[in-house]
Design a binder for this molecule. Structure first.
Ligand SMILES: NC(=O)c1ccc[n+]([C@@H]2O[C@H](COP(=O)([O-])OP(=O)(O)OC[C@H]3O[C@@H](n4cnc5c(N)ncnc54)[C@H](O)[C@@H]3O)[C@@H](O)[C@H]2O)c1
Length: 309
């Protein structure tokens, strides 16, 4: 199958492109390097530099494509509160351009990177897909909106889509600049002998899912997409770890320690966020295979190599 991957020079897409190529999919990537990196591009994929919202580029990139996996987006929660217009334009308007161009070419399969941020502050833990959607950031709103649009594209045009709501992804190739995610920041601080900054008391619990497990879920979603109209799945580990537990684990696995600075709590940071992943287990037949400790080991190896340690 020939697949277009948007955002293929980014963290999660970069890992997924590697797996797709291993599994003999033909892969085409579009990326404009707004937050991605040339070094993350797999040279075996055909590459188009530019925006996935550029009709002329899509005209070329969509040739012969059977399915699209749409990762590209702006994805920093805090930034989205300051740059609401840019988030709306890139995550929603550009995505509609992509859907329209797919529609013109009769491409009917779409896998979408959604996010646990669609839920906002959950009323019940672990969170099920059926929970109320109450995003607290413009970023979360853009994901919720695109899910609704996908549902409408299914009833109007027969587009088959799967929306994957990731919880806290981590793993190799996470090179965001600036980095707002806990695990890569903690690992880099430990390796560079710098202070770790923790917002709040570190007792907040999150669901960390290893990026290679996420990549596998995308391949399964593609393989099964004919069975669905519009379907959403939580992708997490199904387990919760506090930020303090994660730091202890990084210290233990790396055999290194560093100072921890506890900063004021961030507004709107829920105390506990964990995924109910039973729907993905039952319907996709997907389950995470890499536990947090093993994942941290692999991520440490990646950053040691990056820092030439
Ligand atoms: N990282 C997480 O924990 C997490 C959690 C939930 C959801 N997500 C979602 O997963 C997706 C991938 O996240 P990531 O962490 O890998 O992000 P990333 O920033 O590493 O990757 C995004 C890629 O998209 C590209 N891009 C952005 N806008 C573009 C445009 N208009 N045209 C072409 N390329 C463009 C960027 O250059 C980058 O390479 C995003 O949609 C994000 O919202 C991520």
């Amino acid at each position: 199958m020939k697949v277009l991957v948007t955002g293929g020079a980014g963290f999660i897409a970069g890992n997924t492109v590697d797996l797709l190529l291993e599994k003999d999919f033909e892969v085409v990537v579009i990326d404009n390097f707004s937050t991605g990196f040339k070094e993350l591009l797999n040279p075996k994929a055909e590459f188009f530099e530019g925006s996935f919202g550029d009709k002329k580029l899509l005209e070329k990139a969509l040739q012969g494509i059977e399915a699209v996996i749409h990762f590209a987006a702006f994805s920093q929660v805090e930034e989205s509160t300051r740059k609401e217009k840019e988030y709306w334009k890139n995550n929603v308007i550009n995505s509609v351009v992509l859907l329209e161009e797919m529609q013109k070419k009769g491409i009917k399969k779409f896998v979408f990177s959604s996010s646990a941020s669609v839920y906002g502050e959950p009323k019940k833990i672990p969170i099920k897909e059926s929970a109320e959607l109450n995003p607290v950031s413009p970023y979360g709103e853009t994901k919720k909106t695109l899910e609704k649009i996908l549902e409408l594209y299914n009833s109007a045009f027969g587009l088959k889509s799967v929306s994957l709501r990731y919880f806290n992804a981590f793993g190799p190739k996470e090179l965001h600049q600036p980095e707002t995610h806990a695990i890569p920041n903690f690992i880099n601080a430990v390796l560079k002998k710098e202070k770790i900054n923790v917002f709040g008391d570190g007792k907040q619990v999150r669901d960390f899912v290893f990026v290679e497990d996420l990549a596998k879920a995308h391949v399964i979603a593609l393989e099964k997409i004919e069975e669905f109209d519009f379907e959403v799945f939580n992708l997490g580990s199904g387990k919760g770890f506090s930020v303090n537990e994660v730091i202890e684990m990084i210290f233990r696995v790396s055999k290194k320690e560093t100072e921890i600075d506890f900063l004021p709590e961030r507004k709107g940071d829920p105390k506990k966020l964990t995924a109910d992943i039973s729907k993905a287990e039952k319907i996709l037949g997907w389950a995470p295979e890499t536990d947090l400790e093993k994942g941290i080991e692999k991520t440490l190896d990646f950053f040691k190599a990056e820092l030439k340690l």
